[in-house]
Write a protein that binds this ligand. Structure first.
Ligand code: OAD
Ligand code: ZN
Length: 221
């Protein structure tokens, strides 16, 4: 099983959240990534998400995404909303923080999925009922999608090896999958350019960029 975070997409040109140049160093999460922010100013929140969609639309998967997609029988859990694992060919990715390419109606719940960026107007409206759509991502203060999270916990309990790639392991409940897998007997193998909150728990720590390390590591498993 693998758990990925923003670091795996860093070399595809997508900014991380907490490192140097990270999004949360330049923007206040509470102004942009909370239900309260959206209720206050949906246009502003959409401007920010659309800016990210435009940036992400230009990005392509790197060798780390590709190696994970090529590895048979691997359960892939990602905190990323960028869709690069899908583009690399991974199937059944457990996207515990949602998907930036999905929009969900705040009135009727209808979801649309496309790669339109930039969007023609903010906020985008539901094709079914005309209600305001929101980004299909998990915001601070919100619960994770229940079915996806249950599947992620199940996978963590069953994992023989958990690869932890490019995450600061600071955001819960996502980061809790690591001790869960460890307690259930998994070997924890971490890949990161620097030590993270998960490193204490790691049985192996491989320091360096994901695209350089992950392909060889998977080949050796
Ligand atoms: P962070 O930005 O918190 O952490 C990124 C991690 O990637 C750091 O530990 C970096 O050292 C590491 N890193 C950077 N470049 C790398 C590279 N080339 N190769 C390997 N590692 C590298 O991102 P996440 O841990 O994913 O939430 O953040 C978790 C959540 O916080 C995100 O999903 C997002 C954010 O708020 C939501 O969208 C709900
Ligand atoms: Zn609707």
């Amino acid at each position: 099983m693998a758990l990925t975070g923003a670091g795996i997409s860093a070399e595809s040109g997508i900014p991380t959240f907490r490192g140097a140049g990270g999004l949360w160093r330049n923007f206040r999460a509470e102004d942009l990534a909370t239900p309260q922010a959206f209720a206050r100013d949906p246009k502003l929140v959409w401007e920010w998400y659309d800016w990210r969609r435009v940036k992400i639309a230009e990005a392509v998967p790197n060798a780390a995404h590709r190696a994970l997609a090529a590895h048979e029988g691997l359960t892939l859990i990602t905190q990323n909303v960028d869709g690069l694992h899908d583009l690399a060919g991974s199937r059944d990715v457990l996207k515990i923080h949602g998907d930036i390419w999905t929009r969900r109606c705040t009135q009727c719940g209808h979801e649309t999925h496309d790669r339109v960026a930039p969007l023609p107007a903010y906020p985008p409206l539901c094709p079914k009922c005309g209600g305001i759509q929101r980004p299909g991502v998990v915001w601070f203060g919100e619960g994770l999608p229940g079915d996806v999270w249950d599947a992620a916990e199940d996978a963590a309990r069953r994992a023989r090896v958990l690869l932890v790639i490019g995450t600061s392991a600071q955001v819960y409940p996502a980061a809790g999958l690591i001790p869960l897998a460890k307690r259930a007997g998994a070997k924890i193998v971490e890949v990161n350019i620097e030590r993270s909150a998960a490193s204490e728990m790691a049985d192996e720590f491989h320091q360096g960029p994901a695209s350089e390390i992950v392909p060889g590591l998977l080949a050796s498993l």
